[in-house]
Design a protein around this ligand. Structure first.
Ligand code: ZN
Length: 226
């Protein structure tokens, strides 16, 4: 019987030592998570009224804005960048000019404004305008510039960003082009899947499959509308 207690005591001591040595592996190490968030930024793509309830209203847009607001409100100390279609009235992408889209996000109109729910998270220097040249279509927010004339790449570099989380509208156009440009520029790109809206559900599904194949990471449950 004495032998049993001795073995038990040794077993308990061994377990305690193992727990101390491997506690970071067992319970996760907070220290490794903090620096990653430090190097992370969010890019909110085109959550603008014409894409939500206006001339180019997208599928799942209201849900996307609601989920985006909840997602952004849970972040602390993470830079939040916005991209905005910012077209002159004679933009080349409009049907009147031979383009594929109805007029949308015309400068100075409500259609080009960021959704009210997301305005509390806007910093002016982190808003990137695109499509303001009448002759140039720009789906990618990475090609945009802020009011001071800086590109998104320049600002991300100054902020020391390595990981970018992309959310917004529309999955298969401006979200995809922005995410792909970020990936090409060397960032680790993650898309929050419940914060997306699309022009066409099949296009949305196809775009996600293509982006996954390119190495873009998807997280968050898919929006039920798709
Ligand atoms: Zn546009």
């Amino acid at each position: 019987m004495k032998k049993f207690w001795t073995i038990l005591a040794i077993a308990v001591a061994a377990a305690a030592i193992l727990l101390i040595v491997f506690k970071d592996n067992i319970f996760g190490n907070k220290k490794t998570e903090e620096p990653m968030m430090k190097n992370t930024a969010v890019v909110v793509v085109d959550e603008l009224y014409d894409f939500i309830d206006g001339s180019l209203a997208c599928q799942g847009a209201e849900e996307c804005v609601k989920n985006s607001a909840a997602f952004l409100s849970g972040l602390e100390g993470v830079p939040i960048l916005y991209t905005c279609d910012y077209h002159p009235a004679n933009h080349c992408s409009f049907v009147g000019q031979g383009g594929p889209w109805p007029p949308h996000c015309v400068q100075g109109t409500r259609g080009g404004e960021i959704a009210d729910e997301l305005k509390p998270f806007v910093s002016e220097e982190l808003v990137f305008l695109k499509g303001d040249d009448p002759m140039l279509e720009q789906y990618s927010g990475f090609e945009g510039h802020n009011a001071a004339g800086q590109t998104m790449g320049e600002v991300l570099e100054v902020l020391g960003i390595e990981n970018v989380i992309v959310i917004g509208i529309a999955t298969e156009f401006c979200v995809r082009n922005t995410a792909e440009d970020l990936l090409k520029a060397g960032y680790k790109v993650t898309i929050q899947e419940n914060c997306l809206a699309c022009v066409d559900p099949q296009g949305h599904v196809d775009a996600i499959a293509a982006m996954k194949g390119e190495g873009i990471i998807f997280t968050g449950s898919p929006a039920p509308v798709f």
